[in-house]
Design a protein around this ligand. Structure first.
Ligand code: SF4
Ligand code: SF4
Length: 498
């Protein structure tokens, strides 16, 4: 099969230090006859470029070697050749790289003028504090004047910004990667997900900033794990692979992962597709209830579902089942390993999913009972702002903080050879990521996004993030398919307020 990427070495400037050869975990570089030469298999991870002291390295995308065809694209043909050779399913990682429309890019934000003046966040407060957890219902006042909150008081997590780091398990990523995320979450006063791989005891110190996860494999779950968290999430589905369970290849199950997940060394960690004790909303209600009991009713318990075609009705059932928060994970969400056919072809874009969930919960009088978290395709502060305006309280992001650590989105996480030390369990590779440095990079990224959020809210004349949530009237659609706008409840450009 023709190579897709080829390293090109400038021999005029190369100092023959061989750092690139040593750092390439894919063995795509060799040293022969006194010079560095390409050895095949380059994945464009960019590590060699970053370590070359003489800037002598360049990675070129090889022009297509296939005769052009609009229907039988190179991607389709490469897939056929690979499967004809292996007889297996095609695995990949990261979010889908297919050429799908990005609805976020078709949405324009509003700004304030004259009659609704804007706010300067440097001079006036613009509030981004966000609450994660269930909300009590209305206030009941008895005949003798005693006030009581319907549903009682609920545990709430207070975050400084409407952002959380999504669930990225230890195993899919390295110890140092998770440590970077947990340290960043603590400094930012937000939440980071543990993923379904249990929680290493070293990370118990970050418990107040961790959301632990109960997935179908029940890896690493015990009462202590559940309590070492600010919140607990029951994972039903993941945006990158709706309907599928987790898949951690045996090569990644090192002694550390085996201990944390409580599984035998070197075995594939395959979580079942469904939870085998959940076949109805009533079953889900039972698991939510026992989880709340296990954490002594002092932590919010939520449910994560993949954005699928019936997402609004499912979300309604989840809230009725007693979830304190619901996480909707969109079609473009990331993964450490997934079948490509599922990753690229199943699910619903988060923009549409969050809008229909927000509307359905509002119509049914349920919206004020829960926190809605939404992710799976949020790439930048503009996407975060738009997903909030579409109806989410919290934007969940995973790939962006990984990119902040150095990830080049090369889609090779499932191979466990990540040259940046992020998605790997190889000790020598893992050491390439300094968690202190990684955490600071994530802190700076999220702080910058939060500043941009304040600036945009100020421009809109909005002084609190709560007033932005679900405020679809401050969005306009300029894309090619007005039906999408209609479903999302967003007006077309040119339509005014009211
Ligand atoms: S380090 Fe990465 S980009 Fe460089 S040759 Fe190896 S695989 Fe290619
Ligand atoms: S984490 Fe590593 S292997 Fe995965 S996409 Fe990023 S650079 Fe590639």
């Amino acid at each position: 099969m023709p190579e897709r990427f080829v390293p090109v070495i400038n021999y005029n400037t190369c100092r023959v230090c061989k750092r690139c050869v040593n750092e390439c975990s894919y063995q795509a570089l060799d040293f022969k006859d006194g010079k560095v030469v390409p050895a095949g298999g380059c994945v464009a991870c960019g590590r060699c470029i970053s370590v070359c002291p003489a800037s002598s390295m360049e990675i070129r995308t090889v022009p297509s070697q296939f005769p052009p065809h609009g229907n039988w694209t190179e991607r389709i043909r490469r897939g056929i050749y690979a499967q004809a050779g292996s007889g297996g399913v095609l695995l990949s990682s990261c979010g889908t790289d297919g050429d799908h429309p990005v609805i976020f890019d078709d949405l324009l934000l509003d700004a304030a003028q004259v009659t609704n003046p804007s706010i300067d966040p440097l001079r006036e407060p613009v509030e981004t504090v966000t609450l994660l957890g269930g909300r009590p219902g209305k206030v009941d006042v008895s005949e003798n004047g005693v006030m009581r909150l319907e549903g009682g008081e609920k545990p709430i997590v207070v975050m400084d910004m409407p952002l959380m780091i999504g669930h990225i398990s230890l195993g899919s990523v390295s110890y140092n990667t998770q440590k970077s995320f947990f340290m960043a979450a603590k400094e930012l006063n937000i939440i980071a997900g543990s993923g379904e791989g249990g929680l290493h005891p070293d990370f118990y110190q970050y418990a107040d900033h961790i959301c632990t996860e109960i997935a179908s494999g029940r890896f690493g779950i015990n009462p202590e794990y559940l309590k070492k968290a600010a919140a607990v999430e029951i994972k039903i589905g993941q945006g990158a692979k709706p309907g599928h369970g987790g898949h951690l290849p045996g090569e990644k199950v090192t002694p550390l992962i085996s201990q944390t997940r409580m599984i035998p060394l070197g075995t594939d960690a395959l979580s079942p597709y469904p939870h085998h004790d959940i076949y109805s909303i009533e079953d889900l209600a039972q698991l939510i209830s026992v989880t709340k009991e296990a954490v002594e009713y002092n932590k919010p318990v939520g449910v994560k579902i993949a954005a699928v075609h019936n997402v609004a009705a499912i979300a309604s059932g989840v809230v009725r089942a007693g979830a304190d928060f619901i996480t909707i994970d969109g079609f473009k969400g990331g993964t450490g390993s997934s079948m490509r056919v599922i990753r690229d072809h199943a699910g619903l874009p988060i923009e549409v999913a969050v809008a229909v969930v927000d509307k359905r919960l509002t119509d049914e009088g349920l919206r004020n009972r829960v926190t809605v978290c939404a992710g799976g395709g949020v790439r930048c502060s503009a996407d975060m702002i738009k997903v909030l305006a579409l109806g989410a309280d919290v934007a969940m992001v995973s790939t962006a903080p990984m990119v902040a650590l150095g990830c080049r989105v090369c889609q090779q996480c499932h191979r466990g050879l990540c040259s940046w030390g992020i998605a790997t369990q190889r000790e020598d590779l893992m050491q390439r990521l300094d968690p202190e440095v990684g955490a600071q990079r994530v802190v700076r990224l999220f702080s910058a996004w939060n500043e941009e959020l304040k600036e945009v809210m100020g421009a809109m004349g909005i002084d609190s993030v709560e007033s932005l949530v679900g405020n679809r009237d401050r969005l306009r659609y300029q894309g090619p398919n007005p039906k999408i706008a209609e479903i999302m409840g967003v007006k077309h450009i040119g339509e005014g307020w009211g």
